[in-house]
Ligand binder design. Structure first.
Ligand code: NAP
Length: 244
């Protein structure tokens, strides 16, 4: 296929599933992660076993110097970039009155600045080629009020609005930008929710189950394909009907 995708936060969870799915679709895959080298290498090994290239890049997406260095390496290793999936994110639920400064700043830095850092570097390269796809992983919390998620929902609301603006700016350069807003997906992130609350959420989901990382990966793969070549600036909600 000769196409390359970068997935941020692909050592585990949704990012890992997206990386594997894009590899199955024939993409060479660049796996970004922040701390877990062992898991990132494991994802890369699985991807190589599918017959495509894979490489791991340790970079804190909120740090522009590390992001620039990652993109330089990526260019040396793979040449061009066809797809960026902005996925690396954090959640640290706290009621408004309990939100602490450190957690607030970390969430804003990773969930907002991190997406802009990577999109900017990717767009610089994609614009030269006159084509590319950027997918931003948002959350249903961007449109649905969930207690304890003032900070997280604000960051994901920002992801939705940056998606629209990026899409408008980058369309003349042949770059499409869309977002996927998952509901509750069974990953490490969900483990931070207390069991009783998880049961309450399942009760509220019309399809009566949490989604899987693969459910998200399937939608991302579709959005990356030319089947969706006329879609840009949209937020696709994938929540089993939770927000209805
Ligand atoms: P997860 O299991 O906690 O995995 C997070 C991933 O992001 C890991 O690979 C982690 O790398 C990486 N990461 C964290 N901070 C980073 C940073 N500063 N720089 C680079 N990588 C970083 O999370 P997940 O559940 O898969 O969530 C992935 C995305 O989906 C997030 O944007 C999240 O907001 C969104 N989402 C999740 C759910 C859900 O229910 N799970 C629902 C809606 C939206 P290391 O392992 O190396 O630390």
């Amino acid at each position: 296929m000769g196409k390359t995708a970068l997935v941020t936060g692909a050592s585990r969870g949704i990012g890992r599933a997206i990386a594997l799915r894009l590899a199955k679709d024939g993409y060479d895959v660049c796996i970004n992660y922040n701390s877990n080298t062992e898991l990132a290498e494991k994802t890369a090994a699985e991807i190589r076993s599918l017959g495509v290239k894979a490489a791991v890049y340790k970079a804190d997406t909120s740090n522009i110097d590390e992001v620039k260095a990652m993109f330089r390496e990526l260019r040396k290793d793979f040449g061009g970039l066809d797809v960026l999936v902005n996925n690396a994110g954090v959640v640290d639920d706290a009621y408004l009155l309990m939100v602490n400064r450190e957690s607030l700043e970390k969430s804003l830095a990773i969930n907002i600045q991190g997406y802009i850092n990577c999109a900017q570097q990717a767009a610089l390269r994609m614009a030269g080629a006159g084509k590319g796809v950027i997918i931003n992983i948002s959350s249903v919390s961007s449109i649905l009020a969930v207690e304890g998620q003032t900070v997280y929902s604000a960051t994901k609301g920002a992801v939705n609005s940056m998606t629209a603006t990026m899409a408008k700016e980058l369309a003349p350069r042949g770059i499409r930008v869309n977002a996927v807003a998952p509901g509750f997906i069974g990953t490490d992130m969900l483990k931070s929710i207390p069991e009783e609350l998880a049961a309450k959420y399942i009760e509220a989901i019309p399809v009566k189950k949490f989604g899987t990382a693969e459910d998200v990966a399937n939608v991302v793969a579709g959005l990356c394909s030319d089947d969706f070549s006329y879609m840009t600036g949209q937020v696709l909600v994938l929540d089993g009907g939770l927000s209805l």
